[in-house]
Design a protein around this ligand. Sequence first.
Ligand SMILES: Cc1cc2nc3c(=O)[nH]c(=O)nc-3n(C[C@H](O)[C@H](O)[C@H](O)COP(=O)(O)OP(=O)(O)OC[C@H]3O[C@@H](n4cnc5c(N)ncnc54)[C@H](O)[C@@H]3O)c2cc1C
Length: 240
Amino acid sequence: MRQSIYIIMDNYPVARDVYRLRLDGPTDALTHAGQFANIRIDGMYLRRPFSIVDWDSGGFVILYKIVGEGTRKLSNIPIGRTLDVMLGLGNGFDMTVSRAPLLIGGGVGVPPLYALAKRFAVNNITPTALLGFASKYDIILADELRGLGCKVIVTLETDGQRVTDRLDEAAADRDFYYACGPEGMLRAVKRQCPLPGQLSLETRMACGVGLCRGCTRETLAGGKRICVDGPVFNKEALAW
Ligand SMILES: Cc1cc2nc3c(=O)[nH]c(=O)nc-3n(C[C@H](O)[C@H](O)[C@H](O)COP(=O)(O)OP(=O)(O)OC[C@H]3O[C@@H](n4cnc5c(N)ncnc54)[C@H](O)[C@@H]3O)c2cc1C
């Protein structure tokens, strides 16, 4: 983990209430897709956690949805200002277990799956991505995933469809799944998909480094802190 000051290079909307933020600064603390940043926002007591969408040697990108005061304030911070960020938090996904990955994302759960797809693509492994959104106005990263060569299936609730309706088709030639999204979706995926898998959980979080234990969730191996023991868990570990 590294705490440092980052400069805002981009901060603009890419879908309904969803912004893309690029922050330049050191990224050596990022080792795995699925890790997250904990960002201090002026006027907010607690930092706010966001998954890393992409990174390079000069900086990293997040996509965030405006859901409350912190994310609204973040959307109003102009290019050129700086932010205090803790980077490289959490365990991230294990890429060594799959040659034919299925990525299953819901809403703003899709961002860490893009980071994962990009790193698989570097190893000449092309994931299938099954993405669920509320409506066409909420779609994020589908074109970018196609740009990596992924087969992308999008479901929209406005069409009366959820990711679980296309799961059997998407999983047909896959050997492992990686999922991130609302807990209801994750529970349904875990129930329905027979493949082995890993799920990234999101919860309200405080310190982000395991000290306050505020994000502890019960697993089959006892209480685990989502910020340091997760956010990624093997499906067998979850007591759902
Ligand atoms: C590991 C991790 C990765 C995340 N990655 C992303 C991401 O890539 N993009 C993104 O848009 N969001 C992500 N989130 C969620 C994001 O942290 C929250 O939406 C944000 O902290 C809300 O801040 P706020 O001040 O705007 O809202 P608040 O005023 O704190 O809350 C507003 C509303 O959002 C709900 N809420 C707040 N935090 C969460 C949360 N963590 N999960 C579910 N509901 C929440 C509250 O219950 C409340 O209803 C992630 C969360 C975690 C723990």
